[in-house]
Design a binder for this molecule. Structure first.
Ligand code: PGA
Length: 258
């Protein structure tokens, strides 16, 4: 089971970041059945990296530039992140897509991360929902275009995070319903079966993100049948982190019975 804490552009200071991180690390060692990955702002990564030694926790970078070094002001390369000891990279988050990141750019970042041996956390999700069902083709297009040129052998190295954009940053009652999450998980696996094969599609890890909290987590895992969650704003509240991990620790991925 996976718990990914996406801190986004928070907290304000390194002192606060250290505090949240220390508690998260403690909970990660208390609830060992869940893989905990924290994605802080890039500025804090260097400070937090030594703290993950001999722990169960890993760090992710929230975005990468696909390359090594060069004249790319404001960017951090995948190569630098990997060399520094960061194993995971969030790619294609909707907040970056909103800044102009296209499926084509995401596909380049994905290929690059895979080439250098980082585990990409690929975010996908429709912007809105309507009765026309256009969101289904929107998601399908995102999957196909993001995975363009990526071979079957590499698919299991990607963690998929389905995050409907309209459900992000809301109160927990506004998360997508667990049954609807499951429908989207089925769709993702169907598209992957068509592009690759059933075996690959069934084994791939799929997480849900979008207003996950300690109140809805159980339903999301059980009925959404996901392998974990990507948590944004509530991952900064350590009591919530603790409660979510407590619940996750007693569940099996995809809501399977133990
Ligand atoms: P949220 O964010 O938990 O604040 O909805 C999730 C995300 O954007 O990854």
């Amino acid at each position: 089971m996976y718990f990914i804490a996406n801190w986004k552009m928070n907290p304000l200071t390194i002192v606060e970041a250290r505090k949240i991180f220390a508690s998260t690390k403690k909970y990660a060692s208390n609830f060992r059945k869940t893989k905990v990955i924290v994605a802080p702002p890039a500025l804090f990564l260097g400070d937090l990296l030594p703290k993950i030694k001999n722990s169960k926790l890993d760090l992710a970078i929230q975005n990468i530039y696909p390359g090594e070094t060069g004249s790319f002001t404001g960017e951090v390369s995948s190569f630098m992140a990997k060399k520094a000891g960061i194993k995971y990279a969030i790619i294609g988050h909707s907040e970056r897509r909103a800044m102009g990141e296209t499926n084509d750019i995401i596909s380049q970042k994905l290929k690059n991360a895979l080439e250098i041996g980082m585990t990409p956390i690929l975010c996908l999700g429709e912007k809105t929902r309507s009765d026309s069902g256009a969101y289904l083709s929107e998601l399908e297009k995102q999957i196909k275009e993001s995975l363009d040129g990526i071979s079957k052998n590499n698919i299991n190295s990607i963690i998929f995070a389905y995050e409907p954009v309209w459900a992000i940053g809301q109160k927990d009652g506004n998360a997508l319903g667990a049954n609807e999450i499951f429908e989207m998980v089925v769709l993702i696996r169907k598209v992957l079966t068509e592009k690759y094969d059933r075996h690959v599609a069934e084994s791939v890890l799929i997480l849900y993100g979008g207003s996950v909290s300690s109140k809805n987590i159980e339903q999301i895992i059980k009925d959404g049948r996901v392998d974990g969650v990507l948590v944004g704003h509530l991952s900064l509240y350590v009591e919530e982190v603790k409660s979510i991990l407590e619940v996750l620790n007693n569940l099996s991925p995809r809501g399977k019975k133990k």
